[in-house]
Design a protein around this ligand. Structure first.
Ligand code: TYD
Length: 146
């Protein structure tokens, strides 16, 4: 069964070259730094914010791609690794700075692991939660890229 049209969603042409590390504006202050993400800064308008916390160091998160939604991941605290994959190439990022965001466009498989103690992963997403936007089956993901 075909759930979506990979052409219509432009999934095939999304490669890991479209992934970007974003420098989040920070107001530095001896009283503590202040990071700012407001409307217009990201290449999409975010409609949802969620965060992962209390993640066991042995846990694997992610393991999916999205049909329409884009996301930015930020290590607000601690560190974790993100492996991204476009069906033919894989790249690994260590996120460990609260002023760096990893922009993951649609059509990219992502896996998160090796969370440090106290790590918090903040995610800004381009839409509200929709299970039908997920591709959770790796073979289905590979088919969406062919
Ligand atoms: P999932 O996105 O699979 O987590 P991760 O990619 O971080 O491993 O979500 C885990 C569960 O939480 C799943 O049952 C869906 C639910 N969920 C929501 O209800 N709303 C949300 O915004 C998110 C991200 C997940």
């Amino acid at each position: 069964m075909v759930r979506f049209d990979a052409n219509k969603h432009n999934l095939r042409r999304k490669t890991i070259d479209a992934i970007q590390l974003l420098d989040i504006p920070v107001v530095e202050d001896v009283r503590g730094n202040l990071g700012i993400i407001q409307s217009g800064f990201l290449p999409f308008e975010f409609k949802r914010v969620y965060y992962l916390f209390d993640v066991p160091s042995s846990a694997f998160r992610g393991g999916h791609s999205h049909i329409d939604q884009q996301e930015v991941l930020i290590a607000l605290s601690g560190s974790f690794e993100v492996t991204v994959n476009d069906g033919s190439e894989e790249k690994r990022y260590l996120l460990n700075k609260p002023n760096i965001g990893l922009l993951i466009p649609t059509g990219i498989w992502r896996e998160l692991e090796n969370f440090s103690s106290g790590a918090v992963c903040l995610v800004l997403a381009s839409d509200v939660y929709k299970e039908e936007d997920y591709i959770r089956d790796y073979d289905e993901f590979l088919r969406s890229k062919k």
